[in-house]
Design a protein around this ligand. Sequence first.
Ligand code: HEM
Length: 183
Amino acid sequence: MGNEWGPLGALIGEWEAEGGLDTAYSHGEGKVLGTPYREKVSMKPFGPVDNGSQHLYGLDYKTAMWRGSEENPFHTEVGYWLWDAATGEVLRGFVVPRGITVLAGGTATADAVEFTLKASLGDDQYPIGEGRYLTTHASSLRYEVTITVAEDTWSYRETTMLKMKEFDDLFPHTDHNTLHKVG
Ligand code: HEM
């Protein structure tokens, strides 16, 4: 795929992984759980999208994660990744169907094999949005993800800092996985 997608070019395709690990507070079990998961990610290229003099190239993405052999995924995301070659800005806008939207941003070089995107609640530039229930019970204050690209694989490591009723301190909800190309 051409250079138009900058550091996102390496993410284009269909991807699968077995070795994900989620750390979250499980309300079902009443404790913090480490949950292994498998994942399927689809990243479809599009572009350019023109905002006046800005030209963005993007990936239309969806991902889903399953525990073991369960039929329905326990976590999904839909959204877009965007690259602005003129400024080196990378954006990842997505929805988590718990009532959360995230527009995470950062900068990278066109040939970067590692880059970090961040968002936080109330931020003017890269905000997190959430519904009323989560604001009261489990508010997502900060989100950070680091992407690392290698040959025919890419990995993410992400942390969401949650203000939860169950804990006095902020709770780090973490996820990581390494995706392998299947198409
Ligand atoms: C690979 C990515 C992710 C996975 C696998 C995942 C998985 C989970 C799991 C298993 C729970 C526990 C649910 C329960 O038993 O009560 C949870 C809770 C939660 N997650 Fe995630 N999560 C991911 C990413 C995110 C992201 C990116 C955000 C926000 C930016 C987020 C926000 C939340 C919130 C707010 C809760 C708490 C809900 C509550 O306490 O009622 N998660 N997640």
